[in-house]
Design a protein around this ligand. Structure first.
Ligand code: HEM
Length: 394
């Protein structure tokens, strides 16, 4: 490939929208070369149709160990990582059976059975927040603990260890974390989960990891699954709780819509997922053959990154895409990816978000931001977008 003009990542000028340059790419060169922090050049896709086509095409690989796989890391950080087999990195024929072994844990029915417990967890955290000082940081009071507790109970990980895994997870998601700290965070988390799984061999519980132990012979793969579910299962949803709450407070009309009829909240959740598309750098691939995408030839071995946030603002698919319209049916967004690797935890994430928003705004009708939104600290340096803090009062 020749020199690419656009360098990723670009810091947003507006916290509510993808960088203007991404939009320009979609309008002028929807399949175009960009340069990553490592210096690698890859293709960026910005149209909804092209992103879905690539994510659903078996000629594109998810293998993150492939040196051409687009990761937003510096070259040194990347070289230091020891890649292990993990569901999110698998291709056929391994991916299908590995996903089928765990997908039953995340069906709509299984998730519905968790609803009363999630409601209880949300209520307890709101009780504690109301009993504490004002202003409160919603990230620490609600956004992080709710999904962390839920994924801990589901996996059978002791929630008492949440400081341990949350600090390491945050380091992994920050792009600025030096290579040695990154490796240490991965190693510590893996040894922790390995020991936990060893204990479950002799003392199994009523939890996902104990059930997977019966199905899986491969310890390294089971540790990778636990690792993926623990990290993906709390940090992503936590960021959506914070960003969603912030936006609903900033857009009173949107908030009024769900307050008048909480049955509309699932639509609002879809729209917020589309609007922020927090994990857009996760939807990357490597071509295993020459493939034409959107009229452009992508050669075997070249990396591709589907900029889901920009694809989710594609006016061909979403009318007035830059507007937050909580009544639109936005379910065909690509915030959870698309195709065989589409987010395994999406039913859980949707339910957690719905319960949190409905409960929070019902129980604290006077909830407000405690600082002007311009003073909020957004995760511009992380691979999953979000807020570091959300000071609220009531
Ligand atoms: C995959 C986003 C919540 C577990 C993905 C992918 C995206 C995503 C974009 C696709 C990656 C790819 O194509 O390579 C999100 C967002 C969430 C969320 C935005 C919250 C709002 C969760 C939760 C869990 C989870 C709660 C677990 C309980 C996974 C797993 C995969 C995945 C295991 C890999 C699936 C596979 O490769 O077959 N997620 N996720 N995610 N997510 Fe999520």
């Amino acid at each position: 490939m020749t020199a690419a003009a656009t360098e990723l990542p670009i810091t947003r000028s507006c916290p509510y929208a993808p960088p203007a340059e991404h939009r320009r790419l979609r309008e002028e060169a929807p399949v175009s070369k960009v340069t990553l922090p490592s210096g690698a050049q890859v293709w960026a896709l910005t149209r909804h149709e092209d992103v879905r086509a690539v994510l659903n095409d078996p000629r594109f690989s998810s293998d993150r160990a492939n040196p051409n796989f687009p990761l937003l890391l510096l070259g040194g950080q990347r070289r230091a990582i020891r890649f292990r087999p993990s569901l999110i990195s698998m291709d056929p024929p391994e991916h299908g059976p590995a996903r089928r072994a765990v997908v039953g844990e995340f069906t709509v029915k299984r998730m519905a059975a968790l609803r009363p417990r999630i409601q209880e967890i949300v209520d307890q955290h709101i009780d504690a927040m109301l009993a504490g000082p004002r202003p409160a940081d919603l990230v620490q009071a609600l956004s992080l603990p709710v999904p962390s507790l839920v994924i801990c109970e589901l996996l059978g990980v002791p929630y008492a260890d949440h400081d341990f895994f949350q600090t390491r997870s945050a380091k992994l998601l920050r792009r600025t974390t030096p290579a040695e700290e990154r490796i240490a965070a991965v190693d510590e988390l893996r040894s922790y989960l390995d020991e936990l799984i060893t204990r479950k061999e002799t003392e199994p519980g009523e939890d996902l990891l104990s059930r997977q132990l019966d199905k899986s012979e491969d310890r390294e793969e089971l540790v990778s699954l636990a690792f993926l579910l623990l990290i993906a299962g709390h940090e992503t949803t936590a960021n959506m709780i914070s960003l969603g709450t912030m936006s609903l407070l900033e857009y009173p009309e949107a908030l009024a819509t769900i307050r008048e009829d909480p049955a509309r909240t699932p639509h609002a959740v879809e729209e917020l997922l589309r609007y922020f598309t927090i994990a857009e750098f996760a939807t990357a691939r490597v071509a295993t053959e020459d493939v034409e995408v959107g009229g452009v030839l992508i050669r075997k071995g070249e990396g591709v990154i589907g900029l889901g946030n920009t694809a989710n603002r594609d006016p061909e698919v979403f009318a007035n895409p830059d507007e937050l319209d909580v009544t639109r049916g936005a379910r065909h967004h690509v915030a959870f990816g698309f195709g065989p690797h589409q987010c395994l935890g999406q039913n859980l994430a949707r339910m957690e978000l719905e319960i949190v928003f409905n409960t929070l705004f019902r129980r604290i009708p006077g909830l407000a931001l405690a600082v002007p939104s311009e003073q909020l600290s957004f995760k511009d340096d992380a691979n999953v977008y979000g807020l570091y803090e959300l000071p609220v009062t009531w």
